[in-house]
Design a protein around this ligand. Structure first.
Ligand SMILES: O=C(O)CCC(=O)C(=O)O
Length: 281
């Protein structure tokens, strides 16, 4: 459960660090499963895992990673963060009895080598409903809470996640994120962006952040790869960011609680007799 200090810091900064969220065994298993994915081209599939088609500078992203092995299924409702995510999305009283309290609208593994990064994006100034930070009536009601898990140690030069603490509440866009002086995807470092900070993690640590915070990653300078996982949670009435559909195999394997987070709705259809009686069939 989040403590009062967690709540204070999350409200103030827009993110929290969850130390040792995964055990060394879980980290090793996740890395092995990622190694087992062949190096497919952009926009190709390996089973139900899709390699996202984005710019080269962003590295490799394997979307629908929860389809890639048991370890990724256990992350759907992992005890290291589930209570936190429920608390910061809030609103579960409205939906819990009908469908799930939350929905995962994107989940992926990201692998980045030297020279690769993702530009800083988002911020409170956008007012975007889906990613918003909201606190009302004594509770949090955020639109999207991300859990970003390090599968390798991420320190200086490793292409760490960058955040601008407090920017989930900002009214004004950071001048380096747009306009004449905006940074290009591969030029990013904290030295270029006043008030941005790198978040250094050990493998197994996670960052919990509201998507409204300005975030991205520094350019990796060091040799080797940086590996992370991202699971994005929102309210159960949300929909997939990229239109993926969880496979029937996955849904059959999941526990009832996990299934609610992956596919909250049970669809209602009229029985064939009703359609026949109405002359539709
Ligand atoms: O790759 C990172 O460290 C940041 C991830 C990110 O930008 C995102 O989750 O939108």
């Amino acid at each position: 459960m989040p403590t009062q200090l967690d709540n204070y810091l999350f409200d103030l900064r827009g993110y929290l660090i969850l130390k040792n969220a995964l055990s060394p065994t879980e980290v090793a298993e996740a890395n092995q499963q990622i190694d087992a994915i062949p190096l497919i081209e952009r926009n190709e599939w390996h089973g139900y895992v899709h390699r996202e088609d984005h710019v080269d500078e962003r590295g490799i992203s394997f979307q629908q990673i929860y389809e890639a092995g048991k370890i990724f299924e256990t992350l759907i409702d992992h005890p290291s963060w589930m209570e936190y995510v429920l608390h910061y999305i809030g609103g579960q009283d409205n939906f819990d009895s009908h469908h799930g309290p939350l929905f995962i609208d994107e989940n992926f593994a990201s692998i980045r080598g030297p020279g690769e990064a993702i530009f800083l994006h988002s911020g409170g100034h956008t007012g975007c409903k889906r990613t918003q930070f909201r606190y009302r009536n004594g509770g949090f009601h955020c639109g999207q809470i991300n859990i970003l898990i390090a599968l390798t140690d991420i320190g200086p030069g490793d292409g760490a996640t960058m955040v601008i603490p407090g920017s989930h509440k900002s009214n004004i866009e950071h001048p380096r994120l747009s306009g004449d002086t905006h940074l290009d995807e591969t030029e990013i470092s904290v030295d270029d962006v006043e008030a941005a900070e790198e978040v250094h993690l050990k493998a197994g640590d996670a960052i919990l952040f509201v998507d409204a915070i300005s975030h991205g990653s520094a350019k990796r300078i060091n040799e080797g790869d940086r590996r992370i996982l991202v699971y994005r949670y929102g309210p159960s009435w949300g929909s997939f960011r990229w239109g993926y559909t969880p496979s029937k195999d996955l849904l059959n394997r999941l526990t009832p609680n996990q299934r609610k987070l992956v596919h909250p709705q049970t669809y209602r259809n009229p029985p064939p007799e009703a359609l026949k009686a109405a002359g539709i069939l």
